[in-house]
Write a protein that binds this ligand. Structure first.
Ligand code: ATP
Length: 288
């Protein structure tokens, strides 16, 4: 694809705002394709010492290339004041707002979206990328009700899919309190298993509407995580969801289900994971 610049796009409405970025809807004037463009203020990035995270996001997205479950970075360019990332537009915004609007997801929707997440995270891990901040705010939804993982500013690239053996310093805590893994809190270690832990928290949230570990303060949330203190609501939750979550939310990362174990879990009922069109193109169940 040819190099683009800011003049090649017609900017529309602002659809979101981050701490050092704004996201706009935009049309590529040449081919009329619609994108989202994330505009990052250079001054702000330098002032807030975020250069490293912006570079990680760009390099990781470039390494990942294209996958239906991961936001694609099509072009990057800059002008005097800003950096521009041209990415897939997610018409329905964050998955979190959909869960909030509905209260929780039905079992059929929980399973459908869990399958998409597993396929996307498996792809990412096979490319040697650990996301490290998976949560419903970082999962966007496009007009076909396809999930797209975004926000790779906290990602780590590793060789193959081995656990990251290099301890990170305390000050480099990344992630969001509710989804952070016990091994990161206790030993400053995170690997592919930490993303699987976050998936367990998200599957729980799909069906109940709230994350499994949530205290009044961040400290209380951390205490709950390291002590594995979570409960299921008293109303009916299908047994096989409880089972998969209980095999993911284990303190010892080596005991947690791995990708293959996840895929062959009974909740997915012998699902054919090679059938990508079923995962990504089949008509989604009605949101409920
Ligand atoms: P922070 O930097 O504070 O962590 P953030 O990572 O959410 O915030 P952005 O990635 O710039 O910051 O996103 C800002 C908002 O724009 C998000 O809340 C999201 O809802 C929306 N947004 C981001 N990317 C897209 C996209 N590709 N399509 C539609 N909306 C998007």
């Amino acid at each position: 694809m040819s190099k683009r610049s800011v003049q090649d796009f017609q900017f529309g409405s602002r659809i979101g705002e981050g701490s050092y970025s704004s996201v706009f809807k935009a049309v590529d004037i040449q081919n009329k394709k619609i994108f989202a463009i994330k505009v990052l203020s250079k001054k702000h990035i330098v002032k807030e010492k975020k250069i490293k995270y912006v570079n990680i996001e760009k390099n990781t997205l470039n390494r990942l290339g294209r996958h239906p479950g991961i936001v694609t970075l099509y072009y990057t360019f800059q002008d005097e004041n800003s950096l521009y990332f041209v990415i897939d537009l997610a018409e329905f915004g964050e998955l979190l707002s959909i869960i909030r609007k509905l209260g929780s997801l039905s079992e059929i929707c929980s399973k459908f979206y869990s399958i998409q997440l597993i396929d996307a995270v498996d792809f990412m891990h096979k490319k040697g990328v650990i996301h490290r901040d998976l949560k419903p705010e970082n999962i966007l939804v496009n007009s076909d009700m396809r999930l797209m993982i975004t926000d790779f500013g906290a990602a780590k690239m590793v060789d193959d899919d081995k656990v990251d053996e290099e301890p990170t310093s305390k000050s480099s805590f990344v992630g969001t309190a509710e989804y952070v893994s016990p091994e990161l809190l206790k030993f400053n270690r995170s690997g592919v298993e930490s993303d699987i832990w976050a998936l367990g928290c998200i599957f729980y949230q799909f069906i109940t509407g709230f994350p499994p570990f949530k205290g009044q303060t961040e400290y209380q949330t951390f205490e709950k995580i390291v002590n594995l203190q979570y409960q299921w609501p008293s109303y009916y939750i299908p047994e096989s969801i409880k089972d998969i979550v209980s095999k993911i939310l284990l303190l010892d990362p080596t005991e947690r289900l791995e990708m293959n174990g996840l895929k062959s879990h009974k909740w997915f009922n012998n699902f054919n994971w090679n059938d990508k069109s079923k995962i990504w193109s089949s008509s989604p169940p009605k949101l409920s």
